[in-house]
Design a protein around this ligand. Structure first.
Ligand code: AMP
Length: 216
């Protein structure tokens, strides 16, 4: 089963992706995660991507398309995969379609998680991550016991550079601008399934399971 998970930054794609890959045993292909790892390693890809990411802009299509085209050829993707954060533009969607055709594959579900903008801003700007273990907290929804200290490992919490208010606004604007045509594209193909992402994560997942199916 091949799934695309769409939704603006802060829509809860990461949370839903985690549940989906566990429930359906799918490899999780998150272009944001792949790019962040490349930046952390300061690989050639990371150096190229970093300046775009810190400004809240999209990394050029050709770079991201290349990453995904290679990744979905890997053996663990034979039975299916979950794409998270890709495609983000019409060009990426078209490139994906032709790559899938080459590989004799197709997309089964395009799940589009929709969330109100004010909710997205609150979710993103309040996010804090532990430097030590990577646990994600939220200043309002899931605060640590001690300010800026991780409950689990005592590590220091930090804010992702692209989660500041200015950059969040920019990321949401970029998302809207770039993905309107993408969403129309999947809608026209009759593949788009809108999911209400304003709800609690478990209710969002119930909605998704109702569509994708429940595994025994
Ligand atoms: P995310 O974690 O999905 O919000 O991605 C973080 C950042 O990585 C984005 O703001 C972009 O700079 C970059 N990025 C992730 N996925 C893509 C993509 N499909 N196309 C272009 N840039 C991407």
């Amino acid at each position: 089963m091949n799934i695309i998970l769409l939704g603006p930054p802060g829509a809860g794609k990461g949370t839903q992706a985690k549940r989906l890959i566990k429930e359906f045993n799918l490899p999780h292909i998150s272009t944001g995660d792949i790019l962040r790892e490349a930046v952390a390693n300061q690989s050639d890809l990371g150096k190229e991507a970093e300046e775009y990411m810190n400004k809240g802009e999209l990394v050029p299509d050709m770079v991201v398309i290349g990453i995904v085209a290679e990744r979905i050829k890997e053996e663990d993707c034979l039975e299916g995969f979950l794409l998270d954060g890709f495609p983000r533009t019409l060009a990426q969607a078209e490139a994906l379609e032709s790559e899938l055709q080459n590989q004799n594959k197709k997309i089964d579900y395009v799940l589009n998680i929709e969330v109100d903008e004010s909710e997205l801003i609150q979710r993103l700007t309040g996010r804090r991550i532990c430097q030590g273990c990577g646990r994600i907290f939220h200043l309002v929804f899931d605060p640590p016991n001690e300010t800026d200290i991780c409950d689990i490992c005592g590590g220091k919490l930090y804010q992702r550079e692209d989660d500041t208010f200015e950059t969040v606004k920019k990321r949401l604007d970029v998302y809207k601008k770039q993905t309107t045509s993408l969403i129309q594209y999947y809608d026209k193909q009759g593949q788009l399934i809108n999911i209400d992402g304003n709800k609690q994560p478990e209710l969002v997942f119930d909605e998704i399971k109702g569509i994708v199916g429940v595994k025994n």
